[in-house]
Design a protein around this ligand. Sequence first.
Ligand code: PAF
Length: 284
Amino acid sequence: MQVLTTQKEIVRQIEACIRQNKTIGLVPTMGALHQGHAALVRRAVAENDVCVVSVFVNPTQFNNPEDLLKYPRTLDKDVALLSELGVHFVFAPTAEEVYSAEEIKTAFSFDFNGLDQVMEGKMRPGHFNGVVQIVSKLFELVHPTRAYFGEKDFQQLAIIHHMVERSSLKDSFGYLQIMDCPIVREESGLALSSRNQRLSEEEKKTAVNISQTLFSSLEWAKTASVAQVQQRVIDTINAIDGLEVEYYEIVDKTTLQPTSTFDNAIGCITVYCGPVRLIDNIQY
Ligand code: PAF
C-alpha cells in the first residue's frame, strides 16, 4: 500500500491503472476510521482491481470552526487499518495541496435542486457545497469506476447521486457508479460514527436510545400517522437526560421533502448527545 500526499502522485498512479484497464474503487473519508468505513473498504477491495481511500478532513464542509478543530485525526491508525484491508493507495493530502487560497476563501456553489434546503443543509448552511466541492475534485483525480458511500449520511448520498446524474456533469462522471452501503451499527444499535470517539462511556450508553427509538418507530408506524410518529420520536428522545433532538423529519427518500405517507419514506435525525452532534436514520 502506498500513502500519497500530492495530486501529482495520485494522478500518476491512476493514469497507470487506466492504461492497464484496471477498475478503480474509491472510498472518500475524513479519517478517524471505524468498522463502518472498513465495510465500505472491504466492498471496494472486493469489487475493483484497485482500491483508493482518501483521508482528508475537508475544511470547506464545516460551517462550525470548532467542529473542524475537534474533528478526530488519527492518520497513523487509519493507515494501519487500511493496509490490513488490502487497500492499494491512500490519498492523504493537506488542505493547501487540495485547494488554492482562492478556493478556501470563496464559497463553492452548486445547484442541488432543493435537496440541500432541508435537514442537514438547513442546519449547516454551505455544508453540502463543501462536500460536493471535495467529492467532485476526488472524482476528477481518481477517476473511480465505483465510489462507495454510507447510508448513514443519507442526504449526502442523495446529493452525490444528484451531482453525478445532473446533465451538465454526466459527461464528466457518467462512467461512474455510486455504491450505497448500509449503516453499520454496534451491537447496541448505535450507528458507527467517527464522532462516537468524542463520547464518554456514559454518553455512549445514552446515545443508544437514539437508534432504539428509531427502531421502535417502525412499530409505531403500523398504527399512527407520519406526523404522530415524527412527534413521538422527538418527544421520546428529548425526555432522555443528555439528549436533545435538533431535527427529526420523515421525508420522501427521493425528493427529501416532507411526506404524509410511509411509502418510500425515511426518517432522518440529528441529536446532540452532550456536545457531540450525532446523526442516524431509519427507512420505513
Ligand atoms: O462522509 C464523509 O466522511 C465526507 O462528507 C466525505 C464524503 C468524505 C467528503 O469529505
